[in-house]
Design a protein around this ligand. Structure first.
Ligand SMILES: O=C(O)C1=C[C@@H](OP(=O)(O)O)[C@@H](O)[C@H](O)C1
Ligand SMILES: C=C(OP(=O)(O)O)C(=O)O
Length: 434
C-alpha cells in the first residue's frame, strides 16, 4: 500500500543501533506465559505486528496481557492451562509461527475452537504437523489440504509420540513440545538437522521438563504446572542481520549492535560471513534469563564466495535474502544447498527475492535444491521493486538501496512492521552519505 523512495546516494554505516527484541523468542514467551500460573514479565518486548497477533490470540484464550509499548514491557497473567472458550474464531492472520504454536497448545484443551488465518496460511499445508498431533490424540477438521480455517478439539488424555524428523522445522518441533508438556507419556523428537531451540529452552525455564540433547529432545510427562517467570528478551539476530550485511558490504563502515541474541541455532549468517572472509567481533558475551547475547562490532570487509551446506540452512532460514545479496557482491561464486527442505512460505520468499533482485540487476540460478549466485554483480536498477508483503524482503531491498546511487521505489514497504517497526528511522540514524 505504501511506497518508499530510496535515495540517489551510496551510504556507509557509522554508529550504534539497538535492534528490537527477538520475535521468535517473544512468540514463545507469550504462549508459555499465557499457559502458566501467575504473572510473567517480559522486558525488551517489541510490539511488532506479528507479536500483536499472538498477544491477541492468547488474550482471546483468557490470558490478561498488558503492554507498556514505550518501556518495551509486557505483563501476562496466565490461565494455568484453563483456556477460555470462545464464540468467534481465533485469528492467526499470516503468522506462521503462531499457527504452529497454537495448534500444539490447543491439542490439550477439550474446548472446541475454530482457527482462521490470512491468505498465506490459508494455503500452507499443515499435513505433517496435524498427522503428528492427531497421533497424540487431538482432533483437527479441515479441508483435504489441511489448511486454515480449521476446527480443533483437543484431548485431556494426550499420549506422547516418537517423531523422527522428516523435515527440519522449528515450528513443527515447537508445536509438539507444547502439546507434549500436557501429554500423559513422553514425547521424543529425533532430530534431522538442528533448528532453533527457543521453545524447549524456555519451556524448561517455565517449569517443564524437556531433555535437550544434540540429536534428541524428550518432553517428560508430569511437569505441566508451568509457573510465570520474568525474562529479558535479547536483540533479534534476524533484525541485526540487516545491519551486519549492510556494514560488511559498504566501504568504510563500522557499526556496533549491543545485546544481540547469539543462540547458536540462529547465528548462521555470522558463520557464513566468516566463511566468506569476514572478521566480526563479539564483545560482552552474557546469558541472562536463559538466552545468550553479546555486542557485535562489524566493519566493512572484502568477501569471497562460499558453499553453504544443507546442515547450515536452518540457521540462516530467515536470512537467505541477505545472504544472496552478500554473495552477489562478493568475489567468486556462492552455492546455498538444501533449500528443498523449507516450508511453502519460505519457498515463496526465495522465489520472490529472486524476482525482486533481478529488477536491481542481480541474478541467481534457482535449482530444485540449490541457489547459485555469481559474485561481483553490479547493482543496475531496471524497475521498481515490491516487498510481496514479506518484511525480510522489504528490509533486504532497503540494504541493497544503500549500495547504489540509482534510486528506486520499494512497494508495500509497510511489511517491515511485521517484525521491525521503526527500521527505516533506525537505519537512517547510522547512515552517512558517501
Ligand atoms: O519457530 C520459529 O520461530 C520460526 C521457524 C522457522 O520456520 P520453520 O520452522 O518453518 O523452518 C522460521 O523460518 C520462522 O521465521 C520462525
Ligand atoms: C517467516 C517468518 O515468520 P513466520 O513463519 O512466523 O510467519 C519470519 O519471521 O521471517
Amino acid at each position: 500500500m505504501f511506497d518508499y523512495n530510496t535515495k540517489p546516494y551510496k551510504f556507509r554505516f557509522q554508529g550504534e543501533i539497538t535492534v528490537p527484541g527477538d520475535k521468535s523468542i517473544a512468540h514463545r514467551a507469550i504462549a508459555l506465559g499465557a499457559l502458566a500460573k501467575g504473572v510473567t514479565q517480559i522486558s525488551n518486548f517489541t510490539y511488532a505486528d506479528d507479536l500483536a497477533v499472538t498477544a491477541k490470540v492468547f488474550q482471546d484464550l483468557g490470558a490478561k496481557i498488558h503492554t507498556e509499548i514505550s518501556n518495551k514491557d509486557m505483563i501476562i497473567k496466565g490461565v494455568d492451562h484453563q483456556l477460555q472458550t470462545l464464540d468467534r474464531p481465533l485469528n492467526v492472520d499470516n503468522v506462521g509461527t503462531l499457527e504452529s504454536l497454537l495448534l500444539g497448545v490447543l491439542a490439550s484443551s477439550t474446548n472446541q475452537y475454530q482457527v482462521v488465518g490470512g491468505k498465506y496460511l490459508s494455503q500452507r499445508s499443515n499435513e505433517r504437523l496435524l498427522k503428528l498431533l492427531r497421533g497424540m490424540g487431538a482432533n483437527y477438521r479441515s479441508t483435504t489440504k489441511q489448511v486454515l480455517p480449521m476446527q480443533v478439539s483437543g484431548s485431556n488424555d494426550l499420549q506422547g509420540i516418537t517423531y523422527h524428523q522428516d523435515i527440519s522445522s522449528a515450528q513443527i518441533k515447537s508445536s509438539l513440545v507444547l502439546a507434549g508438556i500436557y501429554a500423559k507419556t513422553k514425547t521424543t523428537i529425533i532430530r534431522k538437522l538442528p533448528t532453533r531451540n527457543h521453545t524447549e529452552v524456555l519451556a524448561n525455564y517455565f517449569g517443564a521438563d524437556v531433555t535437550i540433547e544434540p540429536d534428541v529432545i524428550v518432553v517428560h510427562p508430569g511437569h505441566d504446572q508451568l509457573q510465570g517467570q520474568s525474562l529479558t528478551i535479547p536483540g533479534d539476530f534476524s533484525s541485526a542481520a540487516f545491519y551486519i550485511t549492510g556494514a560488511l558490504l559498504s566501504d568504510n563502515s563500522q557499526i556496533t549492535l549491543p545485546r544481540v541474541g547469539l543462540n547458536s541455532t540462529r547465528i548462521g549468517l555470522l558463520n557464513v560471513a566468516k566463511q566468506m572472509g569476514a572478521n566480526i567481533t563479539v564483545e560482552n558475551r552474557s546469558t541472562k534469563n536463559v538466552e545468550p547475547y553479546g555486542d557485535l562490532v562489524i566493519k566493512s570487509q572484502k568477501l569471497h564466495g562460499t558453499t553453504i551446506s544443507a546442515e547450515q540452512v536452518q540457521s540462516i532460514i530467515d536470512e537467505i535474502p541477505l545472504i544472496a545479496l552478500m554473495a552477489s557482491q562478493a568475489s567468486g561464486e556462492t552455492v546455498i544447498e538444501g533449500i528443498h527442505d523449507v516450508h511453502l512460505q519460505l519457498s515463496d520468499r526465495i522465489r520472490n527475492m529472486r524476482v525482486e533482485l533481478a529488477k536491481l540487476g542481480i541474478v541467481m540460478q534457482l535449482n530444485d535444491d540449490t541457489i547459485v549466485i555469481k559474485g561481483q554483480q553490479e547493482i543496475t536498477v531496471k524497475d521498481d521493486v515490491d516487498s510481496h508483503n514479506d518484511h525480510r524482503i522489504a528490509m533486504m531491498l532497503c540494504i541493497a538501496s544503500i549500495l547504489t546511487d540509482q534510486p528506486f521505489k520499494i512497494k508495500n514497504i509497510e511489511a517491515i512492521d511485521i517484525s521491525y517497526p521503526g527500521f527505516i528511522a533506525d537505519l537512517n540514524k547510522v547512515l552517512l552519505v558517501k
